[in-house]
Design a protein around this ligand. Sequence first.
Ligand code: ASP
Length: 715
Amino acid sequence: MKKKSLLLLLLGLSLFQLSAKEGMWIPVLLEKYNLEEMQEMGFKLTAQDIYDVNHSSMKDAVVIFGGGCTGELISDEGLLITNHHCGYRQIQSHSTVEHDYLTNGFWAMNRDEELPNERLTVSFLEYMEDVTERVMAETENLEGEAKDKKIKENTDRIVKQAKQEGKFTASVKPLFYGNQYFLYVYKVYKDIRLVGAPPSAIGKFGGDTDNWMWPRHTGDFSLFRIYADENNEPAEYSPDNVPFKPKKSFPVSMKGIQPGDFTMVFGNPGSTMQYWPHQAVDVTMNQRDPDRIMLRDKKLDIIGGDMKSDPKIRIQYAAKYQSISNSWKKWQGEIKGLQRLDAINKKLTYEEIFKSWAQQNGTWESEYKPVFDAFEKDYSKYAKYIKAYDYYREVVYRGVEIFGQAQTLNSIINNIENDQNERAEQLRSSMLNRLPGFFKDYNQPTDEELFAALMPVLINDLDASFLPSEVVETIKDFDREKLINKVYQKSVLTDRAKLEDLLKNGTEKQLLKLRKDPIIGMFNKLNFIYETAILPEVRKVNKSIDENMKVYMAGLMEMKKGQAFYPDANLTLRVAYGKVEGYEPNDGVKYKYFTTLTGIMEKDNPAIYDYDVPDKLKELYRNKDFGQYDVNGDVPVCFLASNHTTGGNSGSPVVNGNGELIGVNFDRTWESTMSDIMYDPEYCRNISLDIRYALFIIDKFAGAGYLLNEMSIVK
Ligand code: ASP
């Protein structure tokens, strides 16, 4: 027994020995944990060059772009680069069949031609700060709800102070499941204009087929410019605004990369789950991923089919299709990766190691056994409720599109019923404002198909306790034509003129009557079940899991005391470092670390939208007209490195040892899609656009070389 636990402990030390390349590190703690190693790997600057609140540092050139990407400043006149897929919704929203910027690209040839984007923001981190003590103040003697209440009070006070009367936005986020708390304070700019985007056949080259894959040839970038008021402060869009002057922008390197070179990705990774217990991995790979893939298969079949049939529908649904397919494909890779890693058994081994560590120091029975018992119980409950949750999310809230409209109207009705007239008015006017945008990108027959395909699956697959009986009755023996007639033809939601009139002029009484509308009525019943029988249970079980995770996490940190430890990603600024390197995905296959323009020509296929290389690019290639971007008779396009990244890192700057921009991160390889849950240094690689390809496209392809004049280019 003694021998066995010693063996486990040794195994544990090696299993937990984080590879140099794993980890998304907190910028303010680099000096303490990472700098030495980074410098050994080729980083030539200091931790203050990355993050400093008193002097300008790299952090002042990195933003959260929109709701979940990263972007970086590449000029002192507010010019910003991010991914094409991050700016996709904006590019799509400006596109029509006549001005199809998705297909043809868009390039402002001067500042006046730059396009404003409603609701797009970029957020600069002012500072981050460990506020654990302040969050936990006066909670030592509290338990349960009283403790939660105190923590909330403390947090609210910290956030309120940090906001400085609306000058900043601020949030306190738990790290390590609440073993630590950090405050993040941002300045948010709101006038962000589109400057340039390559055609999709460059910016999205390879489409879904190549997404999450190597070798990759996607020119995944777009350019925006931040505008500010005359004091360089955030302002709503105005023609009088001027280009924002950042404290720092990245020098752009033309020097290129060599295998083994140091790379650092500095961005806002969204979420990872590195410390999950085995039950969580199990339910994800064996239930959640397969369920959501199956539901999205149906959506993609329908939407994709309609997009192929009509250029108008292709534009209308491009961004929606992209957002459905991105995770759909990732989950498929994730299952494979977790299977290859034998992830559940690996987790079980970790847990055994942890157990013997705790047994040795006498804390197992009292502290950790109850936690592991609770995981067992909680996750079996979780599996049941999360299934219903996933189906509702995929079908009702993000599937059948008209339910989205029903949701807003349903809230309007609820607010009227509850005498919340001001809120009802707000919702009415915001719905009215959004109607033109909704209908621009809505094709009713596509939505009817979605309804007819998804609703029966919801009804058939979920337990009756998660379904409103009236809806089951309606859908059960459904005759598709009749049902569609009954639901879509009779609803006010599909009659734009009537709906507009009702929102503008309708009396409260008329609005209340909409409870009987077939779509709103159906939504209301589904929503009721979701909000009373599903969501509260998911929240309850999640809360219990999180509380136990907090204890487990504290134990893990104790076990690894003195070693560098990184918290899961939470869409805040992190540093990942590694090096330029290829990998060997399968027996007999070795991937090079970079791709070139020649590879794009090899993939050229005019019959397939995603591989239809633009004529101009072919011409440049034929004439070898590469200008200063020529590297050995070719142009570099993408490269691989071993930085630990995830969604949210899309658009992140990839810098070399001198802090110069060498690339823009945009994806991971097929064999790395499981890295949110379990990282594997042998296989995990992030994919970046070589910055020289972006410059080549801007300059030689688009003829927008004037933009290079405002960059600081290092040759
Ligand atoms: N392309 C990815 C995304 O969808 C980036 C990543 O997860 O590595 O956000």
